[in-house]
Design a protein around this ligand. Structure first.
Ligand SMILES: Cc1cc2nc3c(=O)[nH]c(=O)nc-3n(C[C@H](O)[C@H](O)[C@H](O)COP(=O)(O)OP(=O)(O)OC[C@H]3O[C@@H](n4cnc5c(N)ncnc54)[C@H](O)[C@@H]3O)c2cc1C
Length: 471
């Protein structure tokens, strides 16, 4: 049964409330889910006061409110599975100001990567941890999902670049967590609790981000290896040797084959490692050092490019997601995995995934932000073959268990959402998850904020068949 929405008309303007089919459908899903759940109504706040007023009123009425931004999540994170209000934050998209003297930027939550880069770039600065989806996702969504990108190996995650947040709690009260200082020992760290909470603890309405000076020197590299174990050993060695590298991406031979197929590149179907170097001085010495580390693992070739020509050197990596999807249209991917392991376990984890590929007779191309131990594995299955689908799901789950067994995490960047709830207790244990539940209750006693997410539940939500995932 739908909710009574008339009260919203007293809080917001008419054009800030949508109950039409298009708006409801748009807010029913994210990138990883086709058949989601429609909210009863979508609201578009344009200020902290709007967010606060809606939350306070919804809380009084026990109406669920699920924050929604660009919807690029892959695990159903912004899907309003209990209906109610979808709170779309994309109209709160002002860059409030750059403060170059502090290397900081203040933004509203709906601001996307390009606007951040433009504002920072005017002062010779940049925001290093943007995810690969930075062009199409919002800073509020990145903070809520604890996102990270290709440059984590040098610069860290989004979480490392968030200083202060304004947050509206479920009852409408407004708090500030963190400070504008670079460090603080003051009290419990509520900022870190909000980061990665997927909209279940509060709604972020303003963020202060740290910025860095643009590197003066940028170069790219690509190394080809004859075996996957050479490639993973080379990556591990680069990281362990302390080479100052800004990106280290690995693709396996299967991914290379699909990418070569897609791009028509004249490259062998072999494992490849892509690198990017940033420095203000001495970049040649750093690259030379990196080459000496790679040389111990017998690369077939190592090519370098400057910033302007790097794009073509990196093309096989850049177009990979499209290449995998379009390689065989009869096979469809399960939601891409994003396990992340300690760097010493990187090679063994990839080896384990490849052994499952043989055991289950399933294709699982692997690539990832190798420098920080991240692996994106894509389980490709024929969705009309229920046995293959089951084997694919089993393999997916076995990989998560393996990553946990070596001290890694079920999700390095996409969050738990709906799709990974079953792994929460396996990763953290019952007592820690019980504590997380009590924190949720303290922040949101009525459980109105993005209900049903993160925690394991006895509901009948199932991952959609891969046939249902969007391209
Ligand atoms: C092609 C592609 C590539 C990707 N690459 C990466 C990658 O490299 N690294 C990575 O980490 N992720 C990646 N992702 C996943 C996704 O893009 C990120 O998690 C992104 O940060 C989500 O932002 P969004 O604006 O789309 O948020 P949404 O998907 O709309 O929402 C994300 C979550 O945040 C909550 N939320 C949104 N706004 C707020 C707010 N203001 N306050 C509180 N909660 C809020 C929502 O309720 C939801 O739980 C990728 C996705 C795609 C489709």
């Amino acid at each position: 049964m739908g909710i009574e929405t008339a009260f919203l008309g007293e809080l917001l303007d008419e054009d800030q409330i949508a109950e039409g089919e298009d708006a409801l459908r748009e807010h029913a899903t994210d990138w990883g889910t086709e058949d989601g759940v429609e909210p009863d109504v979508v609201v578009y706040p344009t200020s902290t006061n709007d967010v606060s007023a809606v939350l306070a009123a919804a809380n009084d009425r026990n109406i669920p409110v699920t924050p929604y931004a660009a919807g690029t999540s892959l695990e159903g994170n912004p899907v309003p599975i209990e209906g109610g209000i979808s709170m779309d934050l994309t109209r709160m998209n002002d860059v409030l100001g750059v403060r170059p003297a502090d290397l900081q930027l203040d933004v509203e939550p709906g601001v996307m990567g390009p606007a951040i880069e433009e504002a920072a770039g005017e002062h010779g600065l940049f925001f290093p941890p943007l995810p690969s989806s930075g062009d199409i996702s919002t800073i509020g969504g990145m903070i809520a999902n604890a996102a990270s990108g290709m440059q984590t190996v040098k610069y860290g995650e989004v979480a490392d670049w968030v200083r202060e947040l304004e947050v509206v709690l479920a009852d409408g009260s407004v708090i500030t967590v963190g400070t504008k200082a670079v460090k603080s020992s003051s009290g419990y760290n509520l900022r870190e609790l909000i980061i990665g909470s997927e909209g279940t603890l509060g709604v972020v309405t303003r963020a202060t981000l740290e910025l860095a000076g643009r590197p003066q020197q940028v170069r790219g590299g690509r190394a080809l290896f004859s075996t996957l174990s050479d490639a993973t050993a080379a990556v591990t060695d680069v990281v362990q040797s302390g080479v100052d590298v800004a990106k280290v991406e690995l693709i396996d031979s299967e991914s290379a084959m699909m990418s070569n197929d897609y791009t028509g590149a004249d490259l062998p179907d072999v494992p490849m490692v892509f690198l990017e170097f940033h420095a203000d001085h001495g970049i040649d010495e750093e690259i030379e050092y990196c080459q000496s580390v790679l040389a111990a693992h017998d690369p077939i070739e190592f090519e370098l490019a400057d910033e302007e020509t790097m794009d073509s050197l990196w093309r096989a990596r850049r177009d990979l997601a499209f290449a995998i999807r379009s390689w065989n249209l009869e096979l469809q991917p399960l939601v891409p995995g994003d396990v992340t392991v300690p760097i010493s376990e990187y090679g063994p984890t990839i080896e384990y995934i490849k052994s499952l590929e043989d055991d289950h007779d399933i294709r699982m191309p692997c690539f990832g932000h190798a420098g920080d131990g991240n692996i994106h594995y894509t389980v490709l299955v024929d969705p009309t073959d229920s046995d293959e689908l089951e084997r694919g799901q089993q393999a997916y789950s076995d990989i998560v268990d393996y990553a946990l067994s070596v001290g890694g995490t079920a999700t390095g960047e996409h969050g738990i959402g709906l799709g990974k709830r079953e792994y929460l207790e396996r990763e953290h244990g019952e007592i820690a998850v019980g504590l997380m539940r009590r924190l949720k209750e303290a922040f949101d006693p009525n459980g109105i904020l993005n209900p049903g997410k993160i925690f394991p539940q006895d509901d009948d939500w199932q991952r959609a068949d891969p046939a249902d995932y969007r391209d």
